[in-house]
Design a binder for this molecule. Structure first.
Ligand code: NOJ
Length: 636
């Protein structure tokens, strides 16, 4: 044995190689330094499959045409079947529903339309049995104007007087004018006159969503207590809504708010794009506030770590600060929306490479990446990037390092549903007009989940659902897709399974490359393990590629692990990595036919097929035994 070890060291020295240990962060990847040391495993959320439920549209259990908590509880086994780690629920709290729950009247009460507190506790219980974590939506920026806090604030109750952002405004020719030119995300002035208090209040979203005043310590404490309330009930964490909006600039010495500068090219003063939001978005104080919320989560030391997912579409340097810094922890997963904001129908492999690396290269050491393809505010993936790219994008997000986030229905390939002006309910669209509303409406991605081809797509048995059922439901529904081996659903399920059972995909290193302008490749590799390559032929041409031109240390033969219906190959086939033809929109996951020994040479990451290492060792052993025989012979 000792001679074997000696032999290996000799080989390493002879080859001028450094053992992999000496350079732990050689590539673009989530390096998982904070893995669970006891188990030597990533933490539960680091390779998590997150799934967003929009409760109104998931499953209706009582026939009122609106989804509810018992509906979700009933379908949790479906999430289990899919392989989901955690589900975040859009708001389920008491609300007049001016923004469908994002206008909260009571932060610690369940909206009757969704059920009761005991329904929620039951949901938590079932989720626990199934080992699915429940994550709630935390909406800190604003409450509803029907919230008790707001009513008291409007009435100048000393305890609540400064809970919101109030201002007397300006008096111009005897007429009240808003304090500044600030525009609401949902159209029109962000200031609303309140007849009771005779002052304006700020609302960055609809006027029924007054902004809370985070410069008031009492507000900060009240909202921390909201977190504590739900954490004590056993939720696994929160998705934080509209993070960049939480603080706005403080008034100047004269008590005035400054106007925001204009954006060239937008001439509609009611449109959010009219201004550069330098005083209402991304104020520096917000970062620390997120750290404070994280500290609240860390007060809960029982059981698994609780987590924060932060919603921010801010510039990358700001987003990265939400992870935390040298002295404070922040959100474990600030949402990575780059695949939504930076990728379009026309993006080629180079754009994909740039977009993915942008996140990985900016991400601070030891943090975990995440990949979001859709949510209730964004057009569906199939409508945005093409229905024939749905599977390839799911392949991509599952085989990139870190967590993936899927919006309900994307696993079936549901697409946007056209909603007439008459049926439109989203305030973002209703605040506009019949000519332009489609540009603002989020209703098309919020239609009910398509469970089957039954009445109301199996979502409800109401005569009218809150939003119309998508007309495609006879073709796109879970029941049908269950029966088709290469349906979006079955591919999604296989992907979740593959990541769950593949260490390389969970903790391996990552290289992302445009193999050519049309083909994207992602290589995942790990010492003593199989290498995986995901390939996406993004466009409609047939492409022939030599993967060894782009990626070092691949075996010539590689095994096909996962295919989509764009492929004529099947799992278990072998391909030649030096000469591989990909059909239009074909995407594949390949696996090396050998495991590797990983080492570094001149700062470069290299791999040796493990057979090669064995061969070298065998040669040295032979050589040493031969010398021993010679020595013995000469002694004799
Ligand atoms: C972001 C949410 O995702 C969106 O649906 C909501 O309208 C706004 N924040 C306001 O809460």
């Amino acid at each position: 044995m000792a001679s074997l070890v000696a032999a290996l060291l000799v080989i390493l020295m002879l080859n001028g190689l450094e053992p992999a240990m000496s350079q732990p962060y050689p590539n673009y990847h989530a390096d998982f330094v904070d893995i669970d040391q006891a188990k030597n495993e990533p933490k539960w959320w680091q390779t998590g499959a997150f799934y967003q439920i929009y409760p109104r549209s998931f499953k209706d259990s009582n026939g009122d045409g609106i989804g509810d908590l018992n509906g979700i509880a009933d379908r949790l086994p479906y999430l289990k079947e899919l392989g989901i780690t955690a589900t975040w629920l859009s708001p389920i709290f008491t609300s007049p529903m001016a923004d469908f729950g994002y206008d909260i009247a009571n932060f610690t009460e369940i909206a009757p339309i969704f059920g009761s507190m005991s329904d929620f506790e039951n949901l938590l219980k079932i989720a626990k049995q199934l080992n699915i974590k429940i994550i709630l939506d935390f909406v800190p920026n604003h409450s509803s104007d029907e919230c008790e806090w707001f009513k008291r604030s409007a009435a100048r109750d000393p305890e609540y007087k400064d809970f919101y952002v109030w201002h007397p405004g300006k008096m111009v020719n005897g007429v009240h004018q808003p304090p500044s030119n600030w525009v609401s995300v949902f159209h029109g002035s962000a200031w609303q006159w309140h007849e009771g208090r005779k002052e304006y209040y700020l609302h960055q979203f609809v006027k029924k969503q007054p902004d809370l005043n985070y410069r008031n310590p009492k507000v900060r404490e009240a909202m921390k207590n909201v977190l504590r309330f739900w954490l004590a009930k056993g939720v696994a964490g929160f998705r934080i809504d509209a993070v960049p909006h939480v603080f706005e600039i403080a008034p100047d010495a004269a008590g005035q708010y400054r106007d925001e500068p204009r954006n060239n090219g937008n001439n509609d003063p009611d449109d959010y794009g009219y201004l550069q939001h330098i005083y209402t978005v991304d104020q520096p104080e917000t970062i620390n506030l997120v750290y404070e919320w994280r500290a609240v989560l860390d007060e809960f030391k029982d059981g698994d770590e609780r987590i924060l997912l932060a919603e921010t579409y801010s510039p990358i340097d700001i987003v990265m600060q939400y992870y935390g810094n040298a002295t404070a922890e922040g959100a474990q997963l600030p949402f990575n929306f780059r695949l939504i904001s930076d990728i379009s129908n026309n993006s080629n492999a180079e754009s994909y490479e740039w977009t993915i690396l942008q996140w990985l290269q900016h991400m601070p050491k030891g943090r975990t990446a995440n990949w979001v393809l859709g949510n209730h505010d964004q057009p569906r993936v199939g409508s945005r990037l093409g229905t024939d790219r749905i599977d390839m994008l799911n392949m991509l997000t599952t085989t990139l390092p870190g967590a993936s986030v899927t919006y309900q229905g994307e696993e079936l390939g549901m697409t946007n549903v056209w909603i007439s002006w008459k049926d439109t309910v989203d305030p973002s669209a209703c605040n506009t007009n019949p000519n332009v509303y489609e540009h603002y409406s989020r209703d098309p991605e919020r239609t009910p989940f398509q469970w089957s081809d039954d009445i109301d797509a199996g979502f409800s048995n109401a005569s009218k659902t809150w939003l119309p059922i998508g007309p495609s439901y006879k073709l796109i529904n879970l029941e049908k897709e269950r029966k088709e081996p290469l349906s979006h659903f079955n591919i999604f399920k296989q992907l979740m399974q593959l990541r769950k059972e593949t260490k390389t995909l969970q903790v391996g290193e990552t290289e992302v490359k445009a193999v050519n302008r049309n083909v994207l490749g992602v290589k995942r590799f790990r010492q003593h393990d199989f290498t995986y390559v995901t390939l996406l032929n993004i466009f409609d041409g047939t492409e022939t590629v030599n993967l060894k031109d782009s990626f070092a240390d691949l075996t010539t033969d590689m095994e096909v692990v996962l295919v989509t219906d764009k492929s004529q190959r099947k799992a278990g086939d072998f391909i030649n990595s030096e000469n591989l033809q990909l059909l239009p929109k074909e995407s594949l996951i390949l696996r090396s036919t050998s495991t590797y020994y990983t080492y570094y040479s001149n700062g470069e990451h290299r791999q040796l097929p493990i057979e090669g290492v064995y061969l070298l060792v065998a040669q040295v052993v032979l050589y040493l035994s031969y010398r021993r025989v010679l020595t013995l012979n000469s002694v004799c």
